[in-house]
Design a protein. Structure first.
Lengths: 342, 342
DNA sequence: TTTTTTTACGCAATCGTTCCCGATAACGAT
DNA sequence: ATCGTTATCGGGAACGATTGCGTAAAAAAA
C-alpha cells in the first residue's frame, strides 16, 4: 500500500493550466492573472496541497534539515540542549534530525556519514568520548558542510563552537567544597580526550591552587565511558577510598557521570560522609538524599546559540572565515550534598 | 559555500558511458559487461561515490526513514523507548526522525504533517494529552501511511498498537500500598483523554475493589499537562490535603508526573508522611529521599516491538487487515517511599 | 492604423537516479 | 543471405517543483 500525496500536476490538470502557472500562482508571482491565481489558491486549499519537500531538496540542493549528534538523549543536559535547538530551528524553517553516538566513535561516524548523505544542510556535533580521530568530520567540513560544535568541542576543526564555561563551573564547584571545609577533594571525570574534561580539570586545579591545596594526580579518576558503565565508576571510587589519601569530597564531571557516581557512592557509603558536587542539569537533584549541590549548565541556551550560528553559516552567501567560540556561564546550585563538614 | 557531492553523471562523463550504464553497473546488473562493470565500480570507489538518497526518495517514493512523535525526549520512558526503536531501525536500514509534541496537539499536528510531507515511510506515534481530535492522523492513515501507536494509543484508528500493561501496573502499585496498610489512596494522573490514564485508573479501581475500599471520585486528580506545569500538581495536592478525607498515600501516573508530583509533595510536606508510588522509568529513583517505589515499564522493549510492527506494515506487499495490540508486563520496584505505615 | 509594451501564460530544462525501450553488433542457425 | 538470439549499452521519460525564455493576445503609445 502506498501513500499518494497530491502534486502540482494534479492541480494543473484539474484547472487546465500548466504546472508552471500553478507553481507561480502558488508562490504569488505578479505575472499571473488575479483570477487564475485565486482559482489555483482556492483549489490547492481545497485538496490540501503541500509542496513535496523532497522534490524541493533535489532541486534546490538543500534540505532545510540539520543533523544533530549527541552521545545520548537520555541525558538531562542533551535533552535540554535539543529543546533549545528545536525552539530556534522550527521558527527558521529547519527540521532537526537527532542521532545518538552512545559514546561510540564507530556509531558517531556512521551517523554523521548517513546525515551527510541524507543531505542535511549542516551539522551540530557534540563529540563522543572515543572520538580521537575526527578526520571524517574534517573531510566533510573541508568539502563545505557547515558544522558547529557544542559542549564537546575540538581544536582540530576551525568553525563556530559553543560551550559552557567549564573552567568556571569546575572552579566554583571545587572552591565551594573548599569553603565548606573539605581538603582532600577527588575529581571523577570522563575521557581525558574530551575538551570538557580538560577544561573542568583545569578549573579544579585552579581552585586548589588558589587555596594552596597541592594538586594530587592520584585524586583524579577518568571513567572513559562517562558513567555509562557502572563498574568503571565503582572501581574508581574503590581505588580512591582505599588509598591512604582518602578523599573527603568528590567533584564529578558530566551529567551521566554525576548520576552514576552518586549512585555508586550511595551504595558504597550509604551515609555519604563525604562532600559531593557534580555537573548536571537534572531538575530532580533536590529530591535526592542528600539533595545535590550541582553545577548547572545553560543547556537550552547553548543549544539555541549553536543552532543560530549554524543557520548563519548555512545561509551565508560567501565562505565564513571569522569563527567564534561562545562560552556561556554556569550556575552553582547549593544544596545539602556539599554542606559544611562536621 | 555549498557542499557538492559526486553524482552518477560525473562517473558517466569520466568513463564516457551513459548514466544508465553506470547506474546498472553500480547495482550489479547482469546486462553490463564485466570489464565495464569493474571500471565503474573502481572509479566509484575511488571518488567515493554515494547515491543521493533524496533523488532516490523522489524516484522510489519512499525514504527509508520513519518518523517518531513523543511528548518529550527529556522523559525517561520515552528516551528508553527511542533507544529501543533505534536499535532495530538501524539494523533494518531505516533512519529515525524524532519529534516532540510537548503535550501540545498543535505541535503534534504540525510535526506529523511535516513528517508525512517529508516522505517518511511510516509513523510511530504516542499521542499528546491534548489530542482529542485525531482526524488528521486518520486521514493520513486512510491514505495509506503506515502508523503504529505506542504507549498513548487510541481506539479510533485500526492499526498495530503497543503498550505496557497499565492496568496491571496500576493494580500492583495500588495493592502494594494497601498491603502496606494505607487506606486512603489518592491517584494523581494525566489528562483523562489518554488511554494510559484510563487504563491506570481502572487498575487502581480494581485494586481498591478487591480489598473492599470504596472508590472515591474526589481522590482522583487530573493534571492535564502531565506534570509539565508545577502549579497544576501543587493545586491538586493542596486540594487533596485540605479535604476532610485527607489521603494517606498517593499513586502517581506517568513518568514526568511522578517526578513533578514527588517534588511538589516534598515541598508541601517535607517529612513525606504519606505513602508514594508512581509510574517512572528513571534509574535514579533509589537515590531519592525516601527512595521511590515505582512501576517500571519495559520501555526499550515497547520501542522495539513498535518499530518491528511498523516495518512489517511498511514492507508488506498487500494491505494488512489483521492488526494486533501488544501489551507488555510492568514491574513493581519496591523501595522506601511506600513502606509500611507507622 | 501601426508599432510597442504589457500581461498572462506555456515550454522545456534542471536536480540525481532508475528503468522501460530501443539500438547495435556479433554470432549461430537456417 | 536472412533471420533470430544474446550481450551490451544508450536515449529518454519519470519522480515534483522551480524558472528562464518564448510568445500569444490585449492594451497602450505612436
Amino acid at each position: 500500500m502506498r501513500f499518494e500525496p497530491v502534486t502540482i500536476k494534479d492541480i494543473a490538470k484539474a484547472l487546465n493550466l500548466s504546472t508552471s502557472t500553478v507553481s507561480r500562482a502558488l508562490r504569488g508571482s505578479h505575472e499571473i492573472g488575479a483570477e487564475t491565481k485565486k482559482q489555483v489558491l482556492e483549489y490547492a486549499e481545497e485538496i490540501n496541497y503541500r509542496p513535496n519537500p523532497i522534490a524541493l531538496s533535489l532541486k534546490e540542493r538543500r534540505s532545510r534539515s540539520i543533523g544533530v549528534i549527541v552521545t545520548e538523549i537520555a541525558n538531562n543536559y542533551f535533552s535540554q540542549a535539543i529543546n533549545g535547538i528545536e525552539s530556534i530551528a522550527y521558527n527558521r524553517g529547519y527540521h532537526v534530525i537527532i542521532t545518538q553516538s552512545h559514546e561510540s566513535m564507530e556509531r558517531e561516524m556512521v551517523n554523521v556519514q548517513h546525515l551527510a548523505n541524507r543531505g542535511v544542510d549542516g551539522l551540530l556535533v557534540s563529540l563522543s568520548s572515543e572520538s580521537i580521530d575526527i578526520s571524517y568530520l574534517k573531510d566533510l567540513h573541508e568539502k563545505g558542510l557547515p558544522i558547529v560544535f557544542f559542549d564537546r568541542i575540538t581544536d582540530e576543526i576551525e568553525t563556530h563552537k559553543v560551550t559552557a564555561d567549564n573552567h568556571q563551573g569546575a572552579f566554583h564547584a571545587t572552591e565551594h567544597l573548599i569553603f565548606q571545609g573539605y581538603k582532600r577533594i577527588a575529581h571523577i571525570t570522563s575521557s581525558p580526550y574530551l575538551s570538557i574534561t580538560k577544561e573542568r580539570l583545569e578549573g579544579y586545579k585552579a581552585a586548589l591552587k588558589k587555596h594552596h591545596i597541592k594538586f594530587d594526580e592520584s585524586m583524579v579518576k577518568y571513567c572513559s565511558h562517562g558513567g555509562m558503565i557502572n563498574s568503571e565508576v565503582d572501581e574508581a571510587l574503590n581505588t580512591l577510598f582505599k588509598s591512604k589519601m582518602k578523599p573527603d569530597a568528590i567533584f564529578a564531571g558530566g551529567d551521566r557521570l554525576t548520576m552514576t557516581c552518586f549512585g555508586c557512592l550511595k551504595r558504597l557509603n550509604p551515609k555519604i560522609d563525604v562532600g559531593f558536587t557534580g555537573f548536571t542539569n537534572t531538575k530532580t537533584g533536590e529530591l535526592f538524599s542528600p539533595s545535590l549541590t550541582v553545577i548547572k549548565q545553560p543547556a537550552f541556551e547553548i543549544g539555541q546559540t549553536a543552532i543560530e550560528l549554524l543557520i548563519q553559516l548555512i545561509e551565508s552567501k560567501r565562505p565564513v572565515t571569522d569563527f567564534q567560540t561562545k562560552v556561556l556561564p554556569t550556575e552553582l546550585i547549593i544544596r545539602e550534598s556539599a554542606m559544611k563538614k562536621k
